[in-house]
Design a protein around this ligand. Structure first.
Ligand code: ZN
Length: 454
């Protein structure tokens, strides 16, 4: 593969101004590293649903917020007038999985040995390690292999943990969360603009479709199948050596999901690096976050309509990880935002052409296996080319930018008063200048891609 840097100059000249405009628009609605950092720390604590879920949890379970909400990316979903799931992982702290040759094992814990799935490197089977563990488990979760005299933990455990719809006792929690978000709006845009956003919120569930909870068992040691992630040479220092060694120490998890290929898929558990992935997203700069956000946006508004869920959010996140790792930092600046999006789309097209998108941690695990048939492949490719060719138009036609422009119209009437504050209150000088500059970029965007009469 050519050095990624070779690909950039051809895009740059045509998209710099539009990149800046879109980046500033995202800034204006609070989709940048600074604000996302704020939502990451303030929102999970204030999501009352979280404490309800935590409230019913028993000793020995740790609950963590994952998915878009955990990554802090709900801002974008909510601003584009769509809905999102809230995802949690429940970590069974008394359970552990280990590879066969591990020696130091916590005596108090329920233990399983990992056996790799023969057909997919991203999956393992869990062999029950001792009688104590076997006695603890409900027999419906255990399968006995008489030939080898081995007991396995089936992934039927997924049944007790899957989708939980929002119940009435969670409603008041949702209301409280809405207040938090409206408060966030004030921080981002000032009171004038929050009412614009609020119209697009679904008042009943506040943009939340459903709550997904997945259980998981820790693998205290980093699995050898993902050893390459620790050791591989990185040309641009992302992620950093410190990041890697810190997360190597924390290990990973297995979750009750079967691969699609083998004949004993009910025994499979998927290796999950979800908390490392979350930490990687937290490590993104603003342009990287915005690039990821725009790709997710394209998925929701274009890919899903054309090809359903074939190109999943997880595939897009994986592509972004690979591209950030393999591209120079000079790509990740606001005036190259659209270039970065297109580099990612080019990478996606390459993957679909080759039928291969390696998992970011386990290279041998191909995320595109069994995702589409040979007859679907040309349709998937056509959708990718369509998005690649028309990226800017597709992005600016969506509700997100309508909202941003409406926000501008709203602001324009208050710019005069902002100017007054600018003159009378030197403390707010910098804030006002930034606001006015952002709005100027929105005006540039409107010039290129008129969306509404302003
Ligand atoms: Zn399998």
């Amino acid at each position: 593969m050519a050095a990624p840097g070779d690909k950039y100059p051809e895009h740059e000249e045509t998209h710099q101004e539009e990149s800046l405009a879109i980046s500033a628009t995202l800034d204006a609605i609070g989709f940048n590293a600074e604000i996302i950092k704020l939502t990451r720390t303030s929102i999970p604590q204030s999501i009352e649903i979280f404490s309800i879920i935590k409230g019913v949890e028993t000793v020995g379970i740790e609950t963590r917020l994952i998915g878009s909400a955990g990554e802090g990316l709900l801002t974008l979903t909510l601003n584009s007038g769509t809905t999102s799931d809230i995802d949690y992982i429940k970590i069974l702290l008394d359970y552990e999985v280990h590879e066969d040759n591990d020696t130091c094992v916590e005596q108090d814990h329920f233990q399983f040995w990992i056996e790799s799935c023969e057909t997919n490197a991203g999956y393992v089977k869990l062999r029950i390690a001792n009688d104590k563990t076997l006695r603890q488990l409900e027999s419906s979760f255990v399968e006995y292999d008489a030939e080898r005299n081995i007991h396995y933990l089936t992934n039927a455990a997924v049944i007790m943990s899957s989708e939980q719809n929002i119940t009435s006792d969670m409603q008041c929690a949702v209301d409280k969360m809405r207040d938090t978000f409206i408060m966030m709006d004030h921080i981002v845009c000032g009171p004038s603009c929050s009412s614009v956003y609020r119209e697009n919120f679904k008042p009943d569930t506040f943009g939340i479709d459903k709550i997904d909870v997945v259980i998981s068992i820790p693998s205290p040691k980093w699995p050898s199948v993902a050893e390459e992630w620790i050791k591989r040479k990185r040309n641009y220092g992302w992620p950093s050596r410190d990041f890697i060694s810190e997360h190597e120490k924390q290990g990973c998890y297995v979750v009750p999901v079967g691969c699609k290929e083998c004949d004993r898929t009910h025994l499979d558990w998927r290796l999950s690096f979800v908390l490392v992935e979350q930490a990687l997203v937290w490590d993104f700069n603003s342009t990287q976050l915005q690039c990821f956000g725009l790709l997710k946006h394209l998925k929701k508004f274009v890919f899903e309509k054309e090809i359903g869920d074939i190109i999943s959010s997880y595939i897009l996140k994986t592509i972004v990880f690979w591209v950030i790792e393999e591209s120079p930092p000079k790509l990740w600046v606001p005036h190259r935002l659209l270039t970065a999006v297109q580099v990612c789309l080019d990478r996606l097209i390459e993957c679909v052409q080759d039928n291969c998108c390696p998992n970011y941690f386990v290279r041998a695990c191909n995320l595109l296996t069994n995702r589409y048939s040979t007859t679907e492949k040309p349709i998937v490719l056509r959708a990718c080319y369509f998005v690649r060719k028309d990226t800017v138009r597709l992005l600016t036609q969506t509700q997100l930018f309508n909202n941003a422009l409406e926000c501008y119209r709203f602001h324009r009437s208050t710019i005069e008063s902002a100017m007054n504050i600018l003159i009378t209150n030197s403390g707010r000088l910098f804030l006002c200048i930034t606001e006015v500059m952002k709005l100027n970029h929105v005006v540039i965007l409107q010039k290129y891609h008129p969306v509404k009469n302003l």
